[in-house]
Design a protein around this ligand. Structure first.
Ligand code: HEC
Length: 120
């Protein structure tokens, strides 16, 4: 029995040593997963949340955090009528909605430098 206990303890120690570097690198992994999550919105809302000007789908880039959060919660609980977003918003918990709100609020409504559509 004590052999088994010792074996379990050593396994736990080995797992700690092996897994520690991943735990220590948690922050970049979180950033990466946030940008991947935001990229799932790009198909409709444009790259980095900058929608095509004059299109039917609104931009997310530069949206104030509070507005973004209120919109997403409204879609999720059905108080804000929508065609698509009610379904999509159901997949997001508050933590993810807040993280995405910060991501899009930090992006300018226009890309840095000259806007791509007005070149020449
Ligand atoms: C399939 C297309 C599609 C995708 C993908 C999509 N959206 Fe939307 N989004 C829409 C449409 C269309 C609207 C307008 C409301 C409606 O009819 O659903 C909208 C509206 C919004 C609004 C309200 C903006 C405003 O100014 O009124 C927010 C916030 C939003 N989407 C967030 C997101 C986020 C975050 C993602 C990615 C996780 C996402 N959307 C992915 C189509 C999409």
């Amino acid at each position: 029995m004590s052999d088994r206990l010792a074996a379990t303890a050593s396994l736990a120690m080995i797992a700690n040593v092996l897994l520690f570097p991943y735990a220590a690198r948690g922050q970049p992994a979180a950033d990466l997963s946030l940008s991947s999550l935001a990229a799932t919105c790009a198909g409709c809302h444009g790259t980095a949340g900058r929608a095509v000007r004059g299109g039917a789908i609104p931009s997310l880039a530069g949206m104030p955090r509070e507005t973004f959060i209120a919109d997403m919660l409204g879609f999720r609980d059905g108080t804000r009528p929508a065609t698509i977003m009610q379904q999509l918003a159901k997949g997001f918990d508050e933590a993810r909605i807040e993280a995405l709100a910060g991501y899009f609020a930090a992006r300018g409504a226009e890309p840095p430098g000259r806007p791509a559509n007005t070149a020449r």
